[in-house]
Write a protein that binds this ligand. Sequence first.
Ligand code: SAH
Length: 272
Amino acid sequence: MTEDKPRSHGRLAISASLKPRELMTDTPRLKGAWRARIITLFPEAFPGTLGLSLTGKALQEGRWALETIDLRPFGIGKHRNVDDTPAGGGAGMVLRADVVARAFDEAAIGTPVERSRWPVVYLSPRGRRFDQAMARSWAEADGITLLCGRFEGVDQRVLDHYAVEEVSLGDFVLTGGEIAAQAMIDATVRLLPGVLGNAASTEEESHSHGLLEHPQYTKPQVWEGREIPPVLMSGHHGEIEKWRRAEAERITRERRPDLWEDSGDSRRQPDR
Ligand code: SAH
């Protein structure tokens, strides 16, 4: 990783919008830094893997901020109940609209109203599938609110009332939204200025131009009788570029005909 220069972020700011118990870390946040607000019954699941490696370092440096909002204190009665049985019968429990609404209200404090600047999302297997384009548009916003569901999900009325966008990690069902939230935040945060040491790596990697990435190799030059493709050792940058491009196209065609079809137009355009 190469050391990069600090970007445009200015002075340290104190986040005054949430009470101290909800602040994820006691590390300072750079003014204007991207913020993730997560409504969850399991705040202890965060930062999780987001606290490691590049995303963790960027969190420590205040390049982005993580604020969890515990759903439990918004619950009803002595036991702080957050869920109830599904109307119409059936298995499981559903998160109550009135309880979730209070958490949404708290999450909205101090955030822009325009959803393009601050998306409000419910992690849900019924949602639009998360992809690199969505990560890119989220990274351009000021921050995001993510609601992690549990049990059978959330009362539909609160999703309608707050015009919440449903986003899915993929076509499978998780037990809760926390893992999905971490995956999506990771994909978004690594696109923020200064988070990756080498900014070029987000421009060339898989899904950035509708192609999957070419194969990667490192030392030793021969391993178990297998050589690194000689062109990569040639020092000839033009040839290396051509080889990588051809491999990226071959792999995309073979593995993801759907991506290959979709990227047809952009591929025909001359390289930037
Ligand atoms: N009964 C629901 C599934 C509930 S799973 C249904 O059939 O649609 C419990 C919670 O896990 C959901 O509320 C959601 O927040 C989360 N979750 C499950 N699968 C997910 C996925 N593929 N993407 C994002 N979140 C998911």
